[in-house]
Design a protein around this ligand. Structure first.
Ligand code: ATP
Ligand code: MG
Length: 386
């Protein structure tokens, strides 16, 4: 039985362990949504359904189905020591890896080619081209039932642009491998061994630490990462059975605030508030000296005030505040595909004409922030806050 969107409802429902009527209802309510164009036999979950997370993807291969699990939410430690004690008390050790600041991508083989899924389960054309150029596809032929999870990081990044790594463009750093369907993760040593064997770049491994010493080791790692402007760490169970937890550097929290306050009228209140709270807990846990505390106060204050003042000045001088980024592609077609993709997602963006640099094409992308520009302009003209 095929319906108008050409998926066999009974078989798909049975595969997901749902009743056919429930599956139909989820399609109608757009909880399960079909992807576009050449990917129209890929369906993404826009919210959680029983034990299937949002961002999971159902692949309809005509004669069979596959489920690619969404990347599970990683909870945050506010105080390192008690968080490790409470979350990993049954373990002898934890593994600490670098948390890289980019965007989350899942790579798998689809009809003989690699595709890259974003956290929401869309097939991103830019990330897909990158994955195809960066990753050894023999891995995916050898292990067709494994999905590779990683962070796309670097300066030529349309989502999270960062110049903090020694990367020229945009690279893919593997941090997880999970089986299709049940989503079970490979133990860390096995994942790192496989990634190494196939030449994938990986997130940095800081080590495996005994529970009693872990908090102080992580404190040292975080201070060093902070000096380089890096984001933080993920603390993991070596067997990947217990859920990992994340912890970030003050400098990275402040970099987030700096970006948020540039677009002060758009940034979510929770996003801003939670980053300020983190600073309070870190300062308390580290028993900072008066001097260290003053440094933190200055860093936090500057990250709030400077970007806001700059935005206001910019609007006063007649410009509109904008978020700028850049992409680099090998195939010119990827540019129009990516533009079309962002427009379909409802983003208001401007692409510059492509410049040829060596074998690549570079395009500058501008996302105008109307909300902050308009609000500021209004205030400049005498509008009151409320
Ligand atoms: P979450 O819902 O998982 O908390 P978030 O969107 O709030 O995610 P972050 O605060 O950036 O995101 O933290 C989780 C993200 O960190 C993951 O989705 C992943 O993309 C990224 N990440 C970077 N490095 C690692 C790593 N070594 N291990 C796991 N995840 C990593
Ligand atoms: Mg992130």
């Amino acid at each position: 039985m095929k319906n108008e969107i050409a998926i066999d409802i009974e078989q798909a429902a049975a595969f997901l362990d749902l009743s056919p009527s429930r599956f139909s209802e989820l399609l109608d309510k757009k909880v399960i949504r079909q992807n576009w164009d050449q990917y129209n036999n890929i369906f993404r979950f826009t919210s959680r359904v029983s034990d299937i997370d949002a961002g999971s993807v159902l692949l309809d291969n005509d004669d069979s189905f596959e489920l690619v699990r969404g990347f599970p939410k990683i909870r945050r430690a506010m105080l390192i020591e008690p968080a490790i004690q409470a979350n990993f008390s049954d373990n002898a050790t934890v593994v600490v890896e670098e948390k890289m600041n980019g965007y989350n991508v899942r790579v798998l083989s689809y009809k003989g080619k690699l595709i890259a899924l974003t956290r929401s389960g869309h097939v991103c054309p830019y990330s897909t081209e990158r994955a195809q150029n960066l990753l050894n596809k023999h891995f995916f032929e050898e292990y067709p039932d494994i999905v590779v999870y990683g962070e796309m990081a670097g300066p030529e990044n349309p989502y999270v642009r960062k110049d903090i790594y020694d990367i020229e463009s945009l690279d893919f750093f593997v941090f997880d491998m999970r089986r299709k369907n049940d989503g079970i993760a490979l133990p860390i040593s096995e994942r790192r061994m496989l990634a190494g064997k196939y030449g994938f770049r990986q997130v940095e491994l800081f080590g495996e630490f005994g529970i009693p010493e872990a908090a102080s080791k992580i404190g040292d790692i975080i201070r060093e990462l902070g000096k380089k402007g890096h984001e933080g760490v993920i603390i993991k169970d070596p067997n990947m059975v217990l859920q990992p937890i994340k912890y970030t550097c003050s400098e990275s929290n402040c970099a987030d605030l700096q970006h948020a306050f540039k677009f002060y009228n758009e940034a979510g209140r929770d996003y801003i508030y939670s980053r300020v709270i983190r600073e309070g807990f870190q300062s308390a846990e580290w028993n900072e000296t008066e001097e260290e505390l003053m440094e933190r106060c200055l860093r936090l204050g500057e990250s709030i005030l400077r970007p806001m003042r700059e935005s206001i000045k910019e609007v006063q001088q007649g410009t509109r505040v904008a978020d700028e980024s850049r992409i680099r592609v090998k195939d010119k077609k990827t540019i129009s595909e990516f533009k079309f993709y962002l427009e379909r997602l409802g983003l208001d963006i401007v692409f510059s004409p492509a410049r040829k640099v060596g074998d690549d094409y570079i395009v500058d992308i501008k996302k105008i922030n109307n909300s902050t520009s308009d609000k500021t302009l209004g205030i400049i003209r005498g509008q009151l806050w409320s």
